[in-house]
Design a binder for this molecule. Structure first.
Ligand code: ACM
Ligand code: ZN
Length: 521
């Protein structure tokens, strides 16, 4: 963070006195680190008598600020379009400001001075992130509403801030362990607190199909529950639940990206509709990995029924999710069945494909064409490079960074989520918080002209081992918070000791938010 002190020393000492975890530099503990902070001397007082001043366009954001500040005793902060003379605390002012377009749609300016706290941005997302910064400038006790009659001091300052990367994501595996909607909402809140903007939901896999599809009811009748002997609960999201979740995420500046896996990791779909496989089944889903993460029964790439099924499923997915991207998996596809399947072999011959890798490429290209015809962009794991990348595809680089580098050099967009730093299901000895924090999403070997193709960074939380919410929290936190800073803050600003110090001050906040985290005493 670039810090400029124009405050008289006496004011700074006062600040240090009221902010127990103050650093020598700025006294602030904001994560991710803002692009620039200027302390201007003095403090502004917000209190339960403050109002949130809004315009029609920022009213919804104003209600959100009021809900953050209002306390458990029932005291409420009013949201108004004018500040009444009688108000007893300084206002929080939210305004859209087209002159801040230079900061991008997610950038904001936060000014705390004699006039109160003013948060401006050229779009709602920027103002939303300014509110998250305000939230972190206030004591963590605001998180559980223990703020009765509180008067909060905020140093006079000016923050200008915008993200380094557009994609700052978390994958949550809802297949191996079904994640209830309430947990997804909690995760969305936490993503937004740390200015992350993508929740990638892994909705289908060998261990479960988790999304209602009207044309194929067996997907959730058969594919969403484990056989009784496993004593593990499954579940799925109805379309109504998913619609509400998407809308909730939007109110937190988070986009939900659905992942519908193909052609591999599809045993739950095949258990419901075995005619879509090469062998005809029957199949049974199971809750755990059987020795390996990968099993050989995948969608048959020779049968037209497979493509008809996937088009119909994706039509419903596209209608439900407003996002530009649909993730189609594409990883870890054993080709054994394809080698032995007459229909798959006929497809290879008829289409003049080289081999089974060519067949995988054919599969993904065909799906891409369909998604493009619906105005959507295909994203897949880096295996979709094998046998030839679909022309418009975006690549998620997970087996290291090689796939990401190759795709970017071909002019494709890339999201970096290598196992080395971004796999949150890995144990904490293998990937420490410090290691996650050290991740640089732009590969050193990538030529500067291709850097623009690196959209950002994503942490991936697979849930074959972490089977309850506490265990899932502990895998995600606090490593995801380190990745949040990797995705938002300028690369040159990375400073581990300072991050570790700021992170310490967030533990109390996480506890009040009901979050388990690794390293909790
Ligand atoms: C993956 O971890 N198989 C994408
Ligand atoms: Zn086949």
């Amino acid at each position: 963070m670039k810090i400029t002190h124009s405050a008289p020393l006496i004011a700074i000492s006062f600040l240090l006195a009221i902010m127990p975890a103050a650093s020598a530099e700025s006294g602030l503990n904001i994560i991710p680190e803002p692009a620039s902070v200027e302390l201007t001397g003095g403090v502004v007082r917000l209190s339960i008598g403050s109002v949130v001043k809004v315009e029609p366009a920022t009213r919804e954001l104003g209600e959100y600020v009021a809900s953050l500040l209002s306390d458990a005793s029932g005291a409420v902060i009013e949201v108004r379009e004018a500040v009444p003379e009688t108000s007893s605390g300084s206002p929080v002012i939210l305004s859209l400001d087209p002159s801040l377009e230079r900061l991008g749609s997610e950038g904001y300016q936060l000014v705390a001075d004699h006039g109160g706290v003013s948060i401006r941005g050229s779009a709602a997302a920027g103002i939303f992130y300014g509110i998250q910064t305000l939230r972190q400038l206030l004591p963590s006790t605001i998180e559980n509403g223990e703020t009765a009659l509180a008067a909060w001091m905020i140093p006079h300052l000016k923050i200008e801030d915008s993200p380094r990367f557009a994609w700052r994501g978390l994958l949550l595996d809802c297949s191996r362990t079904f994640q209830p909607v309430s947990y997804l909402e909690k995760i969305i809140d936490l993503l937004s607190l740390y200015k992350m903007n993508v929740l990638h939901l892994h909705l289908t896999d060998d261990q479960g199909w988790r999304l209602q599809i009207d044309q194929y009811p067996r997907l959730t009748e058969i594919g969403a529950e484990f056989p009784p002997q496993y004593r593990k609960r499954g579940g799925f999201y109805t379309k109504e639940e998913m619609k509400r979740l998407i809308s909730y995420a939007r109110s937190r500046a988070v986009t939900i990206i659905p992942e519908i896996e193909m052609p591999g990791h599809s045993l739950a779909a095949l258990a419901a509709y075995p005619e879509l496989s090469c062998t005809g089944g029957p199949f049974e889903i199971y809750p755990f990995f059987k020795g390996t993460n990968i099993q050989r029964n995948v969608f048959c790439a020779g049968r037209e029924e497979t493509f008809r099924f996937l088009r119909n499923v994706l039509d419903e997915v596209v209608e439900l999710f407003p996002t530009r991207y649909v993730h189609v998996g594409g990883d870890e596809v054993p080709k054994d069945n394809w080698r032995e399947c007459p229909e798959c072999q006929a497809r290879i011959r008829d289409e003049g494909l080289k081999d089974e890798d060519g067949l995988q490429s054919y599969f993904i290209r065909r799906i891409e064409k369909f998604l493009n015809s619906r105005g959507k962009q295909l994203i897949g794991w880096d295996e979709i490079l094998e046998g030839g990348l679909a022309p418009e595809a975006t690549v998620m680089s997970w087996r290291g960074i090689k796939g990401g580098v190759a795709a970017a050099r071909m002019g494709h967009d890339v999201v970096m989520s290598p196992t080395s730093h971004c796999y949150l299901d890995y144990d904490h000895r293998t990937i420490s918080v410090e290691k996650a924090y050290s991740y640089e999403p732009i590969p050193a070997e990538l030529e500067p002209e291709f850097h623009k193709h690196i959209l950002g960074v994503q942490g991936n939380m697979w849930t074959h081992i972490a089977v309850n919410q506490a265990a899932t929290d502990i895998q995600i936190f606090p490593r995801l918070i380190a990745l949040a800073e990797v995705g938002w803050s300028a690369g040159g600003q990375r400073n581990w000791p300072d991050f570790a110090r700021r992170l310490d001050s967030h533990h109390a906040r996480l506890e009040l938010l009901g979050v388990e985290y690794y390293g909790k005493p």
